[in-house]
Ligand binder design. Structure first.
Ligand SMILES: Cc1cc2nc3c(=O)[nH]c(=O)nc-3n(C[C@H](O)[C@H](O)[C@H](O)COP(=O)(O)O)c2cc1C
Length: 186
């Protein structure tokens, strides 16, 4: 991974990793806007362009952390809630992506699929600029309180996840199974 310079698509796809630990340094909004704009060139059936990107201010980030704290406090106790709160407070960049709801289950599924394509585009584009992302789908993203804080209507949009981003402190390793396990000649 590098912050500039041409890289092959192959090397970007292979080297991108989910990032769990970020440096304090903030990523500029301009860089996120650049990546989000290009990410919209994802395939989308019937040209629904079903994605919305919500770039969170510090005020909203704090409200989400507080919401999560309250949920954890009642479900898992104070110690767990405090540890999570601490961890979340150190995440430098917060983006939420939602998918447009639809009249039919099929169209809604296709909208979700298109948003996932856009999300991967976004993550790969940011990776080429040295920015790592963690796509996370914890329980709170399904709650009404979450939608109210972000400012979307649950009847119209469905969150596909929170995307935490920043410059990686560490980059983990991952493996994939051999291609012949998943590519079947039939
Ligand atoms: C829809 C979706 C939801 C995810 N949610 C989480 C999550 O809640 N917590 C987490 O640690 N990783 C989450 N991940 C990241 C995966 O754990 C990660 O992609 C996987 O471990 C493979 O690692 P890699 O992305 O570095 O290849 C999610 C990924 C996807 C696609």
């Amino acid at each position: 991974m590098s912050r500039e310079g041409p890289q092959s698509l192959e090397s970007v796809v292979l080297s991108r990793r989910t990032i769990h630990l970020f440096k304090k340094e903030q990523v500029s909004d301009e860089l996120i806007e650049w990546a989000a704009d290009i990410a919209c060139w994802a395939p989308n059936h019937f040209l629904t362009e079903p994605w919305k990107y919500y770039l969170l201010s510090n005020r909203l980030k704090d409200q989400i952390i507080d919401l999560n704290y309250r949920e954890n406090l009642s479900a898992k106790g104070e110690r767990y809630a405090e540890v999570k709160k601490n961890r979340w407070q150190n995440i430098p960049g917060w983006l939420v992506i939602t998918s447009k709801r639809a009249k039919t289950e099929k169209e809604e599924r296709e909208n979700y699929a298109a948003c996932c394509c856009a999300a991967q585009n976004l993550m790969l584009l940011l990776w080429t600029r040295g920015v790592g992302v963690k796509w996370t789908t914890g329980n709170i993203i399904e709650s009404i309180d979450f939608a109210n804080i972000i400012g979307f209507t649950v009847n119209e949009e469905k969150p596909i996840g929170m995307f935490w981003y920043g410059y990686p402190e560490t980059i983990g390793k991952q493996v994939r199974q051999p291609i012949n396990n998943v590519l079947l000649r039939v």
